[in-house]
Design a protein around this ligand. Sequence first.
Ligand code: ZN
Length: 259
Amino acid sequence: MAYTVILDAGHGGEDFGATYNGRKEKDDVLRLVKRVGEILEENCVNVEYTRTTDIYNTPFEKAQIGNNSGADFFVSIHRNAYFTPNTTKGVETLVFNDEGIKARMARNINRRLADVGFVNRGVVNRPNLVVLKRTKMPAILIEAGFIDSDEDNALFDENFEEIANAIAQGIIETIGGGCNNNNNNGNTSKLYRVQVGAFRERKNADDLLMDLRREGFPAFIILENGIYKVQAGAFAVLDNAVKMEERLRNTGYDTFITT
Ligand SMILES: [Zn+2]
Protein backbone atom coordinates (compact mmCIF):
# COMPACT_ATOMS: atom_id res chain seq x y z
CA MET A 1 0.00 0.00 0.00
CA ALA A 2 1.27 3.38 -0.92
CA TYR A 3 1.92 5.82 1.88
CA THR A 4 0.42 9.30 2.11
CA VAL A 5 2.62 12.25 2.98
CA ILE A 6 1.15 15.62 3.87
CA LEU A 7 3.42 18.47 2.88
CA ASP A 8 3.25 21.71 4.83
CA ALA A 9 4.65 24.89 3.30
CA GLY A 10 5.53 27.00 6.33
CA HIS A 11 3.76 30.29 7.09
CA GLY A 12 1.57 31.89 4.38
CA GLY A 13 -0.78 34.83 3.89
CA GLU A 14 -0.14 37.63 6.36
CA ASP A 15 2.61 35.52 7.97
CA PHE A 16 5.62 36.00 5.66
CA GLY A 17 7.98 33.89 7.78
CA ALA A 18 11.55 35.13 7.59
CA THR A 19 12.35 37.86 5.06
CA TYR A 20 15.57 39.14 3.57
CA ASN A 21 16.00 41.80 0.90
CA GLY A 22 12.38 41.48 -0.16
CA ARG A 23 12.56 37.71 -0.31
CA LYS A 24 9.85 35.91 1.70
CA GLU A 25 10.14 32.49 3.31
CA LYS A 26 6.44 31.74 2.64
CA ASP A 27 7.01 32.01 -1.14
CA ASP A 28 10.24 29.97 -1.30
CA VAL A 29 8.73 27.11 0.68
CA LEU A 30 5.43 27.00 -1.22
CA ARG A 31 7.29 26.69 -4.50
CA LEU A 32 9.56 23.98 -3.05
CA VAL A 33 6.72 22.03 -1.45
CA LYS A 34 4.82 21.87 -4.75
CA ARG A 35 7.81 20.50 -6.63
CA VAL A 36 8.59 17.95 -3.88
CA GLY A 37 4.95 16.85 -4.08
CA GLU A 38 5.14 16.34 -7.83
CA ILE A 39 8.25 14.17 -7.51
CA LEU A 40 6.66 12.11 -4.73
CA GLU A 41 3.56 11.54 -6.86
CA GLU A 42 5.71 10.46 -9.80
CA ASN A 43 7.04 7.81 -7.40
CA CYS A 44 3.54 6.69 -6.42
CA VAL A 45 3.55 8.29 -2.98
CA ASN A 46 0.18 9.93 -2.22
CA VAL A 47 0.50 13.61 -1.41
CA GLU A 48 -1.68 16.05 0.50
CA TYR A 49 -0.92 19.70 1.23
CA THR A 50 -1.76 21.98 4.15
CA ARG A 51 -1.77 24.81 1.60
CA THR A 52 -1.18 25.20 -2.12
CA THR A 53 -1.83 28.95 -2.22
CA ASP A 54 -0.77 32.00 -0.23
CA ILE A 55 -3.10 31.55 2.75
CA TYR A 56 -2.56 31.73 6.49
CA ASN A 57 -3.26 28.98 9.00
CA THR A 58 -2.05 28.83 12.58
CA PRO A 59 0.40 26.05 13.42
CA PHE A 60 -2.43 24.39 15.39
CA GLU A 61 -4.62 24.44 12.30
CA LYS A 62 -1.80 23.02 10.19
CA ALA A 63 -1.37 20.14 12.65
CA GLN A 64 -5.13 19.60 12.63
CA ILE A 65 -5.25 19.58 8.82
CA GLY A 66 -2.53 16.94 8.94
CA ASN A 67 -4.37 14.81 11.48
CA ASN A 68 -7.65 15.09 9.57
CA SER A 69 -5.98 14.12 6.31
CA GLY A 70 -5.17 10.65 7.61
CA ALA A 71 -1.66 10.97 6.15
CA ASP A 72 1.09 8.64 7.37
CA PHE A 73 3.81 11.31 7.55
CA PHE A 74 3.87 15.09 8.05
CA VAL A 75 6.69 17.01 6.34
CA SER A 76 6.90 20.75 6.96
CA ILE A 77 9.31 22.86 4.93
CA HIS A 78 10.71 26.20 6.11
CA ARG A 79 13.75 28.38 5.57
CA ASN A 80 15.91 29.52 8.45
CA ALA A 81 17.17 32.94 9.55
CA TYR A 82 19.65 34.30 12.09
CA PHE A 83 19.95 37.63 13.91
CA THR A 84 22.74 38.88 11.68
CA PRO A 85 22.51 38.14 7.93
CA ASN A 86 25.27 36.15 6.25
CA THR A 87 26.71 34.78 9.48
CA THR A 88 25.07 31.34 9.47
CA LYS A 89 24.20 28.87 6.72
CA GLY A 90 23.17 25.29 6.13
CA VAL A 91 20.26 22.89 6.45
CA GLU A 92 18.82 21.27 9.55
CA THR A 93 15.77 19.14 10.19
CA LEU A 94 13.72 19.43 13.36
CA VAL A 95 11.98 16.52 15.12
CA PHE A 96 9.94 16.12 18.30
CA ASN A 97 12.60 13.69 19.49
CA ASP A 98 15.48 11.92 17.80
CA GLU A 99 13.83 8.51 17.55
CA GLY A 100 12.23 6.20 15.04
CA ILE A 101 11.45 6.58 11.39
CA LYS A 102 11.11 10.38 11.51
CA ALA A 103 14.71 10.69 12.73
CA ARG A 104 15.87 8.40 9.91
CA MET A 105 13.90 10.44 7.41
CA ALA A 106 15.43 13.65 8.78
CA ARG A 107 18.96 12.26 8.42
CA ASN A 108 18.34 10.89 4.93
CA ILE A 109 17.07 14.30 3.78
CA ASN A 110 19.90 16.22 5.44
CA ARG A 111 22.47 13.93 3.87
CA ARG A 112 21.00 14.41 0.40
CA LEU A 113 20.76 18.19 0.85
CA ALA A 114 24.41 18.20 1.91
CA ASP A 115 25.19 16.39 -1.36
CA VAL A 116 23.59 19.35 -3.17
CA GLY A 117 26.04 21.65 -1.38
CA PHE A 118 24.46 22.81 1.89
CA VAL A 119 26.27 22.62 5.21
CA ASN A 120 24.60 19.83 7.21
CA ARG A 121 23.64 21.24 10.62
CA GLY A 122 22.07 17.95 11.62
CA VAL A 123 18.88 16.79 13.31
CA VAL A 124 17.58 19.03 16.09
CA ASN A 125 15.08 18.13 18.85
CA ARG A 126 12.23 20.65 19.12
CA PRO A 127 9.64 19.08 21.48
CA ASN A 128 7.61 22.29 21.80
CA LEU A 129 7.01 23.05 18.14
CA VAL A 130 3.27 22.76 17.48
CA VAL A 131 3.42 21.03 14.09
CA LEU A 132 5.79 18.42 15.54
CA LYS A 133 4.02 18.05 18.89
CA ARG A 134 0.35 18.12 17.85
CA THR A 135 0.60 15.89 14.80
CA LYS A 136 -0.34 12.26 15.40
CA MET A 137 1.91 10.83 12.69
CA PRO A 138 5.72 10.97 12.45
CA ALA A 139 6.56 14.58 11.62
CA ILE A 140 9.64 16.51 10.56
CA LEU A 141 10.37 20.16 9.81
CA ILE A 142 13.06 20.85 7.23
CA GLU A 143 14.91 24.17 7.36
CA ALA A 144 16.02 24.37 3.72
CA GLY A 145 18.93 26.76 4.15
CA PHE A 146 19.08 30.30 5.57
CA ILE A 147 17.05 32.90 3.72
CA ASP A 148 19.38 35.59 5.10
CA SER A 149 22.45 33.88 3.63
CA ASP A 150 23.38 34.98 0.11
CA GLU A 151 25.29 31.74 -0.27
CA ASP A 152 22.31 29.54 0.70
CA ASN A 153 19.99 31.59 -1.52
CA ALA A 154 22.29 31.11 -4.49
CA LEU A 155 22.28 27.35 -3.80
CA PHE A 156 18.50 27.41 -3.45
CA ASP A 157 17.95 29.24 -6.75
CA GLU A 158 20.59 27.50 -8.85
CA ASN A 159 19.89 23.97 -7.60
CA PHE A 160 16.16 24.18 -7.00
CA GLU A 161 15.37 20.94 -8.85
CA GLU A 162 18.19 19.06 -7.08
CA ILE A 163 16.96 20.32 -3.71
CA ALA A 164 13.36 19.24 -4.39
CA ASN A 165 14.68 15.88 -5.55
CA ALA A 166 16.90 15.49 -2.47
CA ILE A 167 13.93 16.00 -0.16
CA ALA A 168 11.62 13.72 -2.16
CA GLN A 169 14.22 10.96 -2.46
CA GLY A 170 15.09 11.24 1.22
CA ILE A 171 11.42 10.60 1.99
CA ILE A 172 11.15 7.73 -0.51
CA GLU A 173 14.39 6.17 0.74
CA THR A 174 12.89 6.07 4.23
CA ILE A 175 9.33 4.92 3.56
CA GLY A 176 9.61 3.32 0.12
CA GLY A 177 7.86 4.40 -3.07
CA GLY A 178 4.45 2.96 -3.89
CA CYS A 179 5.20 2.02 -7.50
CA ASN A 180 5.65 -1.68 -6.71
CA ASN A 181 1.90 -2.13 -6.18
CA ASN A 182 0.80 -2.95 -9.69
CA ASN A 183 -1.09 0.31 -9.80
CA ASN A 184 0.08 1.44 -13.22
CA ASN A 185 -3.34 1.17 -14.86
CA GLY A 186 -3.18 -2.55 -15.45
CA ASN A 187 0.07 -2.20 -17.34
CA THR A 188 2.03 -5.23 -16.23
CA SER A 189 5.40 -3.78 -17.17
CA LYS A 190 8.39 -5.53 -15.64
CA LEU A 191 9.68 -4.28 -12.30
CA TYR A 192 13.27 -4.75 -11.27
CA ARG A 193 13.52 -5.76 -7.64
CA VAL A 194 16.62 -5.89 -5.50
CA GLN A 195 16.69 -9.00 -3.42
CA VAL A 196 18.80 -9.19 -0.29
CA GLY A 197 17.98 -12.63 1.06
CA ALA A 198 15.71 -15.68 0.77
CA PHE A 199 14.75 -17.91 3.70
CA ARG A 200 12.55 -20.86 4.56
CA GLU A 201 12.26 -19.54 8.13
CA ARG A 202 10.11 -16.44 8.52
CA LYS A 203 12.16 -15.30 11.52
CA ASN A 204 15.38 -15.11 9.51
CA ALA A 205 13.65 -12.95 6.92
CA ASP A 206 12.21 -10.71 9.65
CA ASP A 207 15.64 -10.25 11.22
CA LEU A 208 17.14 -9.15 7.92
CA LEU A 209 14.14 -6.91 7.24
CA MET A 210 14.60 -5.14 10.57
CA ASP A 211 18.33 -4.65 9.93
CA LEU A 212 17.65 -3.11 6.52
CA ARG A 213 14.93 -0.81 7.79
CA ARG A 214 17.11 0.28 10.69
CA GLU A 215 19.67 1.34 8.11
CA GLY A 216 17.01 3.26 6.21
CA PHE A 217 16.33 0.90 3.29
CA PRO A 218 12.74 0.52 2.00
CA ALA A 219 12.79 -3.22 2.56
CA PHE A 220 9.87 -5.63 2.44
CA ILE A 221 9.19 -9.38 2.40
CA ILE A 222 7.34 -11.36 -0.22
CA LEU A 223 6.37 -15.03 0.07
CA GLU A 224 6.91 -17.06 -3.08
CA ASN A 225 6.74 -20.85 -3.27
CA GLY A 226 7.23 -21.18 0.47
CA ILE A 227 10.32 -18.95 0.47
CA TYR A 228 10.42 -15.62 2.30
CA LYS A 229 12.25 -13.19 0.04
CA VAL A 230 13.62 -9.96 1.48
CA GLN A 231 13.76 -7.20 -1.11
CA ALA A 232 14.55 -3.52 -1.17
CA GLY A 233 12.80 -1.51 -3.84
CA ALA A 234 10.99 -2.40 -7.04
CA PHE A 235 11.95 -0.33 -10.03
CA ALA A 236 10.58 0.13 -13.54
CA VAL A 237 14.02 1.28 -14.66
CA LEU A 238 16.83 -1.24 -14.40
CA ASP A 239 19.41 1.43 -13.80
CA ASN A 240 17.61 2.44 -10.62
CA ALA A 241 17.67 -1.10 -9.32
CA VAL A 242 21.39 -1.32 -10.07
CA LYS A 243 21.95 1.81 -8.08
CA MET A 244 19.97 0.51 -5.12
CA GLU A 245 22.12 -2.58 -5.23
CA GLU A 246 25.25 -0.44 -5.09
CA ARG A 247 23.85 1.36 -2.07
CA LEU A 248 23.15 -1.89 -0.31
CA ARG A 249 26.65 -3.12 -1.06
CA ASN A 250 28.23 0.06 0.17
CA THR A 251 25.95 0.11 3.24
CA GLY A 252 24.06 3.00 1.83
CA TYR A 253 25.31 6.49 1.18
CA ASP A 254 24.95 7.13 -2.55
CA THR A 255 22.01 8.70 -4.33
CA PHE A 256 20.03 6.33 -6.53
CA ILE A 257 17.71 8.42 -8.66
CA THR A 258 18.63 11.47 -10.62
CA THR A 259 16.61 13.65 -12.98
ZN1 ZN B 1 9.64 29.27 9.13
